[in-house]
Design a protein. Structure first.
Length: 143
C-alpha cells in the first residue's frame, strides 16, 4: 500500500522560514532510514503559498486564478512523502520516529490503487493508466 504523508504548514513555513541546520540534519537521517527500509518513494518540501496560485473551477469552463498567499494556514501543506508500507499502522509507526517538534501536524492518507476502483476502471482505462504511470516514472527519472 502507498501512503501520502502530508506535513501541514504553520506560520513559520508560510513566512518562508527555512529549517535550521540541525533540523535538516535530523530530517536527512530520518529520510535515509526510510530509503534503506524501502519505505520512501518520494518526499519534498514546498515553498510558501505566497509563491503559489490556486485555480478555482466555476460553472461551465470558467476558471479563476487566485494568487497566494492563502489566509488559512491550517488548510495548507508544507511538504509531503510518498511511502510504501504494509499497513496504515506501519506508516504510523514510521511517522512516530520523525524528528518533528512541538505543534507539528502530519496527516497520513492511503493512495488509491487501480484495484480500489473495481469495475469502474475498465480494462482499456487500466492499460492507459499503466502507460501514464510508466511515462511519469520516466519523466521523474529525467528530472
Amino acid at each position: 500500500m502507498r501512503f501520502m504523508v502530508i506535513v501541514k504548514a504553520n506560520k513559520e513555513s508560510e513566512a518562508g522560514v527555512l529549517p535550521s541546520e540541525q533540523d535538516l540534519t535530523a530530517m536527512t537521517k530520518f529520510n535515509e532510514d526510510l530509503v534503506k527500509a524501502g519505505v520512501m518513494l518520494a518526499g519534498e518540501g514546498l515553498h510558501a503559498s505566497s509563491k503559489g496560485v490556486r485555480v478555482k473551477f466555476g460553472p461551465g469552463s470558467s476558471k479563476t486564478v487566485i494568487d497566494g498567499p492563502f489566509p488559512e494556514t491550517k488548510e495548507l501543506i508544507a511538504g509531503f512523502w510518498l511511502w510504501q508500507c504494509k499497513s496504515l499502522e506501519e506508516a504510523t509507526e514510521w511517522l512516530r520516529r520523525a524528528p518533528f517538534g512541538d505543534g507539528a501536524e502530519i496527516e497520513i492518507r492511503q493512495v488509491f490503487e487501480a484495484d480500489d476502483f473495481g469495475a469502474n476502471l475498465t480494462p482499456e482505462t487500466r492499460v492507459r493508466e499503466e502507460g501514464i504511470a510508466r511515462q511519469a516514472a520516466e519523466n521523474a527519472a529525467r528530472a
